[in-house]
Every structure is written in C-alpha cells, then in structure tokens.
Design a protein around this ligand. Sequence first.
Ligand code: G
Ligand code: G
Ligand code: MN
Ligand code: NA
Length: 255
Amino acid sequence: LQIERLLHFALENQEIRLCYQPIVDENKLIVGAECLVRWYSGRLGEIAPMQFIPIAEQTGLIIRLGEHILVTAFSTLRDWHERGMELQQFSINVSVRQLLHHDFVNHVQVLVEHYLSPGLAGKVVFEITETVIAADVHSVVTAMNELQRLGIRFSMDDFGTGYSSLSYLKQLPVEELKIDRGFAHNVCKDEESQALISAILHIANTLGLTVVAEGIEKEEDFVFLRDLGCRCFQGYHFSPPLEGDDYIRLLTHCS
Ligand code: G
Ligand code: G
Ligand code: MN
Ligand code: NA
C-alpha cells in the first residue's frame, strides 16, 4: 500500500526515469537499446522494477506508469534520431494489462504521430512476455495487429521461462525472441542450457524470428553463443543499463 501511494507521488514528481541498455551484434557493435524503468524515491531510495511493476499491474497504476514510460521513450528516440544516432531497434517493455487496455492502441497512435517522424515508428519494438498467453488471445492478437499497422514490432521477452505451449508463436505477430538471462548465464559450461538454446535457435530459424541473448556477463558465454548462431546480445559484459547521456557518449565513441 505504501508503494502504491508513493508511486502516485513519483509519477507527479519526476521520480520515474528510463535507462537504456545497449543491444549489440556479433561484432559487439551497438544496434539498439532496451528501455528500462528506474525509480529513485525521495522517501525510500532506489526501488527495483521487480518490486513496483507487479504492484502497478495489480492496482492499475501500470496504465499511467506505462504512458509515462512511452512518452519518455518516444521523446528519447526522437532526440537521438535528431542527433543522427541511427539504431536498428528501440525496445520498450509493455505489460499485458497495458496492451489490453481499451485505450492503449489509440494512445500509442497519438504518441507515434506526435513524437515520431515517418519510419521512426519502425524502430520501436514492444517487449511482451509469455503471460499474454494467459489472457484472451483474440484480444491480444487484435491489439498487436493494430499496433503493427502503426509500424511497431514485437518481441517475446524472457523466452523459455513460461510453461505454455509454443503454438502461440504461430498466432502472435512476434518477430524476435529474447532468451531469458537464466539460460545465457554460464552457458559455456552448462550442457542443459546449451541444448535449450540450440532448440530455441532452431525454432527461431524455422519461424524466421531473430534472437537476442540476454544477461551476457562473460566473454566465454558471448563467444559460445555467437558460434552457436546467436546474432544479438545484451548484458553487463557489453554495458549495463545507462543514463541517456551515457548511452549517447558510448554510441558516439563506438562509431
Ligand atoms: O531493469 P531490471 O532488470 O531491474 O528490470 C526487472 C524487470 O522489470 C524486468 O523483467 C523488466 O521486464 C521489467 N521492466 C523494466 N522496465 C520496464 C518497463 O518500462 N515496463 C514494464 N512493464 N516492465 C519493465
Ligand atoms: O525481463 P527483462 O529482460 O526486461 O529484464 C531485463 C533486466 O535484466 C534489466 O533489469 C537489467 O537491469 C537486467 N540485466 C541486464 N543485463 C544483465 C546481466 O548481464 N546480468 C544480469 N543478472 N541482469 C542483467
Ligand atoms: Mn525486457
Ligand atoms: Na528478458
């Protein structure tokens, strides 16, 4: 209850910000970013998303929080574009409750028209999780199709941690799988993770999906996954989530 009350306050007092974690290719060149929400509470200090996102979802505050995140993310994407920083993708986490809100598609459309020049919406990737399967699939697909018409693409986050059947991959207009960081961690020494990631890469190739391996912390794991066929990577080994200014500095120095 305290978190809920403070979250209202946080939204009105600019305590909620975004960090940006680089996504790199097999040559470690930056090709994109994932937006990650950060809350620095005046009362409680830094509060992790794992602590407040579930509460925001339960209380419905995720709608306002999600709008704030979208506005922040889109203005950052526009700003970077105006500075000549070209990315292949700009990923934003979207929760199921947000995706299925009756006003969500309209709202995204308004924001796309306001913030993003033609073509720029095509850089936006919404990361959803396998929990969408628990929701009404017809509503999910309808919302996703409408958003796709605005240019937005979709990624399945934390892939491999859910317990649902894989058949939803055929039903949902998803273009990317993000392998959960639990599989990448120590993968070069873990034969079970290796087998699972090989299977995921095989499914992805068959369905024409791109794959991002998350949570890379060691060069050995990166090399192993690269040789296995992964083409995109994210993790502390390349860069932690960065403040916007630091992201710009990194990208400018790397290109
Ligand atoms: O940044 P961190 O690793 O602490 O994030 C933890 C979890 O919070 C991740 O599972 C991530 O998907 C979720 N998360 C981070 N940023 C956002 C966001 O902007 N919106 C939503 N809905 N979830 C987020
Ligand atoms: O669930 P989602 O993939 O959206 O969560 C991403 C989260 O993973 C972010 O909170 C980010 O801070 C965290 N993260 C990013 N890179 C690494 C990493 O290399 N190791 C670990 N343990 N966490 C990471
Ligand atoms: Mn994510
Ligand atoms: Na993930």
